[in-house]
Design a protein. Structure first.
Length: 299
């Protein structure tokens, strides 16, 4: 587009100080005459452009004229590039490269190399495909169907997609379930055979309380336990270095809240004999039952 080309010419003049009409014509793949007309339009817009003939001549912005086009600082641009590169990890399109092509070389691009954020985990190929399909379905207000796997089994889901969410170190689609007549979150790693249907929907208002993801996940089921010293790094990783106290025998005491007994069982069983649950008694009984079931498989 003409306006995009003219902005590109201004950017080239700022970066290179002096350029030739031939250089600009080759860069933007237009004729020299088109470049001259663009220069005239830029001058009419109030930016003084000077042309000099002969050796060492060319096109430049008048000396002393300051055109402040700074919108972002170098650090801010670096943050933008870092964020875009993290999105590139779950997309088939390279947003960061496209932006780099538009603004030209910048030290901000180099600065962004200091951070690497990969949001795709170990399944980028199918995750990127799911995200692209959901984005398109949201834009076109079309229903999405997929096969969903969860604790109770598996089922076909048909939803109105409204939002892609990255939370709790995982990706979700937030949408309105036609079967449940309610807004739900679905983990993308559990959603397979995803397809956009031809059926469109009228977007509905999302209640504010539904946007407060995880509001019902309360950690009010408290369990006291002691861990072997070798497990300190796991406790620090989960809750930080101040989340436990060291007992006289060197073990690590914790009293943490859990959302439910299922999550608590998964957590404590993952430590094997490196943990001892102290209370409550009813949870100790649940843990014993789970261990007995495991032993029965190996008798």
């Amino acid at each position: 587009m003409k306006i995009d080309r003219q902005i590109g010419i201004i950017t080239a003049l700022q970066r290179n100080k002096t350029v030739t009409a031939s250089y600009l014509a080759d860069k933007f793949e237009v004729s020299r005459r088109t470049i001259i007309r663009d220069i005239e339009d830029i001058c009419k817009a109030g930016i003084p452009i000077v042309t000099r003939q002969g050796q060492g001549g060319g096109i430049s912005i008048m000396e002393g004229f300051a055109l402040d086009t700074t919108v972002f600082t170098e650090q801010e641009l670096s943050a933008i590039f870092t964020g875009l590169k993290s999105l590139d990890s779950v997309s088939d399109s390279s947003f960061s490269e496209k932006l780099a092509d538009k603004i030209g070389s910048s030290s901000a691009i180099t600065l962004s190399e200091n951070m690497l954020i990969d949001l795709s985990s170990f399944y980028k190929e199918n995750l990127a495909d799911k995200i692209e399909k959901i984005k398109l379905a949201i834009q076109e207000s079309r229903l999405v169907k997929f096969r969903y796997y969860y604790k109770k089994g598996e089922a076909e889901k048909l939803i109105e997609p409204y939002m892609i969410v990255f939370k709790w170190s995982d990706w979700y689609v937030f949408g309105y379930c036609r079967e449940r007549n309610d807004f739900r979150m679905y983990k993308l790693r559990r959603a397979w055979d995803m397809n956009i249907t031809e059926e469109k929907f009228e977007p509905r208002a999302i209640p504010e309380e539904k946007k407060q993801f995880g509001r019902n996940m309360t950690d009010n089921y408290y369990i006291a336990a002691v861990y072997a010293p070798s497990e300190k790094y796991k406790l620090v990783e989960q809750y930080g270095p101040d989340s436990f106290t060291v007992t006289e025998d060197g073990r690590l005491f914790t009293r943490w809240g859990f959302a439910d007994t299922d999550w608590a069982l998964e957590w404590f069983l993952s430590f094997g004999d490196k943990v001892e649950v102290l209370e409550p008694q009813e949870f100790k009984e649940e843990l014993k039952k789970a261990i007995k079931k495991m032993l029965e498989k190996y008798r």
